[in-house]
Design a protein around this ligand. Structure first.
Ligand SMILES: [Zn+2]
Length: 290
């Protein structure tokens, strides 16, 4: 029997706007104090679980990475009951050994975004949440197991992903700079999503689907949108296969990780100094504390 409440949320990136083959039970519009999410949230049944699916750029892909309302996206998923978020993203590779079509599960992030709201706090209430390990380790380990067991290309982990503002791809100098950091991957979407998921006490990890070698590689055509698109559709096919396994592995588990109490000691502002309107907003995403 399917559970009525979706405990698992899936955010689809470029090329992944729905989960074809999954039984659609409902489509819901969820309003939040931060506005509307990227699209309706589709409640689907996968491996006997109800899964909430949200396409990050909207169906039809009309939302730039900079324009994605990540605060609304994560808040909407949480308000439906989601505790764990499986995030898919198309990425560029900064290392020879991370090849197009590989599925990589990064463990670290370097923030190169510059014009995105990236916290639920502010407007009179201050919170500082630990983010040293930006992804849920338990979720990431499950992703790696599933990728390897399915024998999909990739399965690498312990990589750092650079998140750039975009929408243009990197210059050659930037690409070389990020390589000198030791980073393996680059995208435009993992932030602020990962930060907001942590503040919302959601488990969050990323499946990075490599589409190209950015522009650093000698002899490689610079990022050309044609081959990126073709790799996107192959990656989407693999993502659909992988999801069946992932949902089975994640389903129903009590969360044996610290994500569910990330804000326990994070909120600094004295209770009698918290503006009621901000308390009201934060209650939508952190009802435990407000
Ligand atoms: Zn977790």
């Amino acid at each position: 029997m399917a559970q009525a409440i979706p405990r698992i949320g899936v955010i689809g990136g470029s090329g992944l706007y729905e989960i074809p083959g999954a039984k659609v039970m409902d489509r819901v519009t969820v309003d939040t104090p931060w506005g509307l999410p990227s699209d309706e949230i589709t409640l689907t049944e996968i491996s006997d679980q109800v899964v909430a699916f949200l396409p990050r750029h909207g169906r039809g892909h009309g939302i730039l990475p900079t324009e994605v309302n990540s605060r609304a996206n994560l808040c909407a998923l949480k308000s439906l009951g989601v505790e764990q978020v499986v995030s898919f993203s198309a990425v560029g590779s900064l290392k020879e050994e991370l090849a197009p079509l590989d599925f990589v599960v990064p463990t670290q992030i370097i923030d190169r975004t510059r014009s995105r709201p990236s916290t639920y706090f502010g407007e009179g209430i201050v919170g500082h949440v630990a983010f040293a390990d930006p992804f849920c380790g338990r979720l990431s380990a499950t992703f790696v197991e599933a990728i390897r067991q399915r024998q999909l290309p990739g399965g690498q982990t312990d990589e750092t992903i650079v998140c750039m503002e975009g929408p243009l791809f990197s210059t050659r100098a930037e690409s070389e700079l990020y390589r000198s950091y030791g980073a393996g991957l680059i995208n435009m979407s993992v932030l602020p999503e990962a930060k907001l998921a942590r503040e919302a006490e959601l488990c969050y990890a990323l499946i990075a689907m490599v589409t190209d070698y950015d522009c650093w590689r000698e002899g490689e055509d610079d990022v050309d949108i044609q081959s990126v698109l073709s790799n996107l559709s192959k990656n989407a096919e693999h993502a659909r296969e992988l999801l069946q396994d992932l949902i089975t592995r994640l389903g129903g588990d009590e969360r044996a990780c610290g994500c569910g109490s990330a804000c326990q000691f994070a909120i600094i502002t004295a209770e009698d100094r918290r503006p009621p309107a901000t308390v009201e907003k934060l209650r939508a995403v952190l009802p435990k504390y407000f």
